[in-house]
Design a binder for this molecule. Structure first.
Ligand SMILES: CC(C)(COP(=O)(O)OP(=O)(O)OC[C@H]1O[C@@H](n2cnc3c(N)ncnc32)[C@H](O)[C@@H]1OP(=O)(O)O)[C@@H](O)C(=O)NCCC(=O)NCCS
Length: 185
């Protein structure tokens, strides 16, 4: 396991831990109903964003199982979204990625670009064997990102929970380390 040097640079983005100065940019998207439509919870109040920011800043690298690394994705000097890597299992070297972006920055491939860096972190730095991602089956934009990343759809859960007052549908996608290395080479 080797913690990366921040910021991580991709072709168009910088990824780095959140700082207290990021509150305004974070709140700009966490407060939007369209952004949280398929996420647990509703639009955040400024106080809820403050609490969430503290939580994000408390993990700068997933040292142990259960840790949730959330990196700020910076473009043009602003935080335009976040890319997430959760350490699900040490014993079985399993992780999970996620992503949330401000709508002003959708449709340019930024979520895919940032998520590629998170898969690199998971496989190259954390030594994971398998990384999953999940989304509401109606969240087309989200599972399109997973498919662009070369992840395979492993499951479609139907009516597995009540989500925002209705029966939920969930897709689970995954990619193995050797599949990622083959796709990258
Ligand atoms: C999920 C989410 C991050 C996807 O964002 P996105 O901008 O659609 O995804 P990408 O960054 O991969 O961009 C892909 C789009 O950019 C276009 N694009 C433009 N340049 C591109 C490039 N260089 N590389 C890849 N795609 C590019 C693609 O054609 C695609 O457009 P399309 O949707 O019209 O087909 C966004 O919808 C979001 O933040 N939603 C709210 C939070 C959320 O639901 N998160 C997921 C929870 S599971």
């Amino acid at each position: 396991m080797s913690k990366p040097d921040y910021p991580i640079r991709t072709e168009r983005l910088l990824l780095r831990p959140f700082t207290p100065d990021d509150h305004a940019d974070l709140h700009a998207y966490q407060s939007l109903p369209e952004v949280v439509r398929y996420l647990y919870g509703g639009p955040r109040t400024p106080e809820e964003t403050t609490d969430n920011l503290k939580l994000k800043m408390s993990v700068t690298w997933p040292e142990k199982e259960g840790d949730n690394l959330s990196l700020a994705v910076v473009h043009g000097g602003r935080v335009i979204g976040e890319a997430v890597l959760k350490y699900l299992s040490e014993a079985y070297r399993q992780g999970e990625i996620g992503y949330i972006f401000h709508p002003d920055h959708h449709g340019r491939g930024f979520a895919t670009e940032a998520s590629r860096a998170m898969l690199d972190l998971g496989f190259d730095h954390l030594g994971l064997h398998r990384i999953v991602a999940s989304c509401d089956a109606h969240n087309d934009k989200s599972w399109h990102v997973m498919e662009r990343l070369g992840m395979r759809r492993e499951a479609h859960f139907r009516h597995h929970e009540i989500f925002k007052g209705e029966w939920g549908e969930e897709f689970i996608y995954a990619i193995l380390e050797d599949e990622w290395r083959a796709a990258r080479s």
